[in-house]
Design a protein around this ligand. Sequence first.
Ligand code: NAD
Length: 514
Amino acid sequence: MCGPWVFLTIGIPMPADTANQEKSCQMTTPEYPPAAHFINGDWAEAASGETSASIYPATEEAHCQIAAGTAEDVDRAAQAAHAAFQNPKWRQMPPAKRARILWRMAELIDENRENLARCESMDTGKTWFDSSKIEIPLVAEIFRYFAGWVTKIDGGVVPLPGNSIGMTLREPVGVCGMITPWNFPMLMATWKVAPALACGNTIVLKPSEQTSLTALWMAKLGAEAGLPPGVFNVVTGGGRAVGTPMVQHPLISKISFTGSTEVGRMIQRESANTLKRVTLELGGKSPNIVFADADFKAATRGATTGIFYNKGEVCAAGSRVLVQREIYDDFLEALQKIAAKTTVGGPFDEGVRMGPVCNADQYESVLAAIENGKAEGARLIAGGNSLRDSVGGGKGYFIEPTIFADVDPKSKLAQEEIFGPVLAVTPFETPEEALQIAHDTRYGLAAGVWSKDVGKALGFAKQLRAGTVWVNTYNLYDPGLPFGGFNESGFGRDLGKDALAAYTETKSVWVNLD
Ligand code: NAD
């Protein structure tokens, strides 16, 4: 059985007995939020009166409707958030009280775990195990972690010349706009919402239009926990319809974005007009580097969960595995065996390790990347096909866990983020060569190093240009450990103490005592 640490981490290597086997995983329809935004403490219909469908990836059918937001809705939410930021009820709330609200949010999330997990699996196609045992419990842990910080956000005293004292105060940034992706909808939103609230900001959150349900519930639970109206608003809808007006809105002081590098670039450009603070958590093509002296079994597991966990829809997925030549052939054989045993199926089906990819665009683009890999001449050693017919009976975005060997580090397969269950394996001879290949992309989000010689592994980790380096493990996350990218994987950090810096401004006060 899995130990308690499973509740604190995501992406853990799953032994066979933990694969989607909780007996209560029969699919039942979740309780859906209304097809509305959440603005100023209540549900609010879209100004346009329009809604759009959320699709269940296992059947390709609409399973619910969400409000189709526009600039008018963004303006309503920004005005509400601005008013709430000025309101002494929030502005002057004692930190201990704010901490209790965040803690209560964690409790409410735990109490609603099953429904939130159902919403998440219906929206994303991820397995019931991943939603109910990993993602939602981790969301609650993050709220608890940041509840702990609320009473500890302090400033400093600085020596000044003469009879003066200098002080630094940490103050909230103001209205924070948050734009989040569809791969871990509630978790990615929480990485931003929890520290922003802890620091006393107010929020306008736009979840991905494909996976909005848990963000709406999170705002509702926040209101139940005691957040004053307007502190936490959610506007649902498309990137251009809702995201762009958020980035342009003069009352929004900061944009915190998680998503693709391309959209991140646009957001940074657009934000310049109103000089918003910007945090960007973007894509990756992370190398998982296996030395010949690694624990072989652990490394094969780390290499496969690094790419097949959550169907490869993980920003930090170890999508490139670099293996030292001495063990290359044996390693490929082991990877092949694990891929063959990775059961693909509906998110609520027992024994399933990998659900369907999240949406139609993703399904098409992952299959296109596989075709490109074949055309580039990489050696396909596992998968490579759609399972829509064999697993889904003609419906559902099911794709085989896929592995290419002998991948040219310069090829598209090794350079471009696929964001799906497709692994590129490349051999290397020396640590110098491994480092050179590892750095040979535009990204720098994460990396893994496998060696029983911890000194060697740490020395190598030190040289890697990546925001996170896992040594002899992969894809583990903790609320206290900051996460973010180097290079074109973005800048700024979510999680940990560093996240507080992202949601505060420093004010300097000079006090003349004469
Ligand atoms: P995406 O960039 O397409 O969309 C992300 C969000 O941006 C969505 O809410 C979308 O509606 C919105 N958006 C789209 N166009 C916009 C525009 N013009 N203006 C404002 N908002 C806009 O990304 P995605 O497909 O939802 O997610 C996958 C990407 O996210 C991958 O590249 C993945 O690596 C990245 N990601 C990064 C992290 C991280 O922490 N670094 C975590 C998860 C996902």
